[in-house]
Write a protein that binds this ligand. Structure first.
Ligand code: G3P
Ligand code: CA
Length: 252
């Protein structure tokens, strides 16, 4: 694994350029690439026929013209849905993308943070579990050095750590204050980074995480005041819904 940050701080386009495009769509990712975001973040889950799609919620209700749980629909059904009109009629032709399409778009252009949603994690792990499929796809596309896999679900991190062969970097997501158990888990799994909610992150936690050799990213930063505070505390980067605003902010 030779994943590394090439810029400081990382300005990570949360679900793409979400401020100006419907989240987690090809338009949102293309716009983030055009802005020069250091990394794009996206969310993945499984359809009923076990395809990997890029969508944040476990239901289709908020961000598409469909209804019901993603896991109950086949990919062919999901691909008929409009994933853009909820944001603006201009985006009526947007579809829910499959992961492969987004990774292909980003390949060679930017780092990608793939968040595996907890509802896609199965136990026991089947042969076509989301963790296995994601890893196989990343290897097939030759992207192990430019992808960071994250999850709130520790099982994802444990499973990925235990898989043989070339692997992407790993990150644990958290919305709880960092404790010794979490730090021990992350060091045992040799994660690359710790991703924490900026509202609970402290400079002491950041220092401690850095002392263990891990990077710290924080979500979701949408005001300059919060960005300044997080950077003063020492974060290595932040997820934002408005990458353009913060790329300009950092240029100033
Ligand atoms: O990875 C940071 C952030 O995306 C985690 O929260 O709910 O936006 O997926 P959420
Ligand atoms: Ca996410």
């Amino acid at each position: 694994m030779s994943f590394s940050f090439r810029q400081h701080p990382q300005v990570i386009a949360h679900r793409g350029d979400k401020a100006r495009n419907p989240e987690n769509t090809v338009s949102a990712f293309r716009a983030a690439l055009d802005l020069g975001a250091s990394m794009v973040e996206l969310d993945v889950t499984l359809t009923r026929d076990r395809k990997i799609v890029v969508i944040h919620d476990d239901t289709l209700n908020r961000t598409t013209s469909g209804h019901g749980r993603v896991r109950d629909k086949k990919l062919s059904e999901i691909l008929t849905l409009d994933a853009g009109s909820w944001f603006s009629p201009v985006f009526a032709s947007e579809k829910v993308p499959v992961l492969e399409d987004v990774l292909t778009l980003c390949r060679g252009n930017t780092l990608v943070n793939v968040e595996i949603k907890p509802e896609a994690v199965e136990h026991p792990m089947p042969d076509d579990a989301i963790e296995i499929q994601v890893l196989e796809l990343i290897r097939r596309l030759g992207m192990t050095d430019s992808i960071l896999i994250s999850s709130f679900h520790r099982r994802v991190i444990q499973r990925m750590t235990g898989m043989k062969g070339p692997k992407p970097a790993l990150a644990l997501l958290s919305d709880e204050p960092l404790d010794d158990d979490t730090m021990q888990f992350m060091t045992e799994c040799r994660v690359f980074s710790y991703h924490a909610d900026h509202r609970i992150l402290t400079s002491e936690q950041i220092r401690k995480t850095h002392d263990h050799g891990l990077k710290v990213l924080t979500y979701t930063v949408n005001t300059e005041e919060d960005a300044r505070r997080c950077l003063d505390m020492g974060v290595d980067g932040f997820f934002t819904d408005d990458p353009a605003q913060f790329i300009r902010f950092l240029e100033r």
